[in-house]
Write a protein that binds this ligand. Structure first.
Ligand SMILES: Nc1ncnc2c1ncn2[C@@H]1O[C@H](COP(=O)(O)OP(=O)(O)O)[C@@H](O)[C@H]1O
Ligand SMILES: [Mg+2]
Length: 263
């Protein structure tokens, strides 16, 4: 708890008769300030590396141009490096914007009663070819009669796509299974893979913004933070399970069921 405290004398007939102390709870303000400081620190850190690479590439290109030494292969490679890093920067910045909109609660949810099975099939169809290209089986493993849930279609679709995308990215052999079931009055969705897994101490950390087990891995480390913000925005929970390195990983999230009738 943080307090802002003010102490002052209490005067009566020109004399100090007592002192007054006013304490105000400023924990919330302090928490917001800390959040902002952390965000600024993390963002600057994340933007620095790709920006430095873009700058370096452009400087090299300038040197080549000035020396009129146009080597197509080399200039192409340098321009490619700059372009890739600019794309990565844009992706990071867009992710950060989305995340802060979600966390600040200014990105409104378009809630509707959803057929979860349909949404899962849509995500399955959307990611199928990506899995195929990597030689992985994408399996759909859920009941036909899943109960309806109330949610924002676009945002929940994004959660599913993010989780399946990660599963494919971190799996070099085997399969990715998209499942759902009803458990303890909630719907639980699971994305399970046979990939590289997550080491025990990091299972809880993967949802932190910018956290990546492998430094310099592709991506910006924001996808799961966005997933968590969306799931929690729906009143659900999200977590990861893994037996450790090379044991595969399972990501699960819950959604509250709609009261009353079905669709
Ligand atoms: N299916 C998975 N298997 C193993 N590790 C994973 C999986 N999904 C996420 N991770 C770990 O969590 C980190 C954060 O994931 P995410 O927020 O989506 O960022 P990104 O995909 O950009 O790295 C990943 O870099 C990886 O270390
Ligand atoms: Mg990701």
């Amino acid at each position: 708890m943080w307090y802002a405290v003010r102490i002052g004398p209490v005067w009566r007939d020109g004399e100090v008769v007592s002192a007054m102390l006013i304490a105000r709870d400023v924990s919330e303000r302090k928490r917001l300030e800390e959040m902002k400081d952390n965000l600024i620190r993390d963002v600057s850190h994340e933007l620095r590396t790709p920006l430095a690479k873009v700058q370096m590439s452009l400087e090299l290109l300038m040197e080549l141009v000035e020396a009129a030494e146009i080597d197509r292969e080399r200039t192409g490679r340098i321009a490619g490096l700059a372009t890739n890093n600019v794309a990565r920067l844009l992706e990071t910045v867009e992710g950060i914007l989305d995340l802060s909109r979600l966390e600040a609660g200014i990105w409104s949810y378009q809630l509707e009663v959803l057929d979860l099975g349909e949404l899962l099939y849509e995500a399955y169809g959307y990611m199928h070819s990506l899995a195929q290209v990597k030689g992985l089986d994408l399996e759909a493993d859920f009941a036909q009669d899943l109960p309806p849930v109330e949610g924002d279609r676009e945002k929940l679709f994004r959660v599913l796509v993010n989780l399946v995308d990660n599963a494919i990215k971190f799996t070099s052999e085997g399969s990715v299974r998209l499942g759902a079931r009803v458990r303890d009055g909630e719907v639980e969705v699971a994305v399970a893979d046979t990939g590289e897994g997550i080491s025990g101490e990091n299972v809880g950390r993967v949802f932190e913004r910018f956290f990546q087990e492998q430094v310099g891995a592709q991506g910006a480390g924001i996808g799961l933070a966005i997933c968590r913000a969306i799931v929690e925005g729906h009143g659900g929970r999200i977590w990861a399970e893994s037996g450790g390195r090379d044991q595969g990983a399972v990501f699960r999230f819950t959604l509250p069921m709609v009261e009353g009738e079905g669709l």
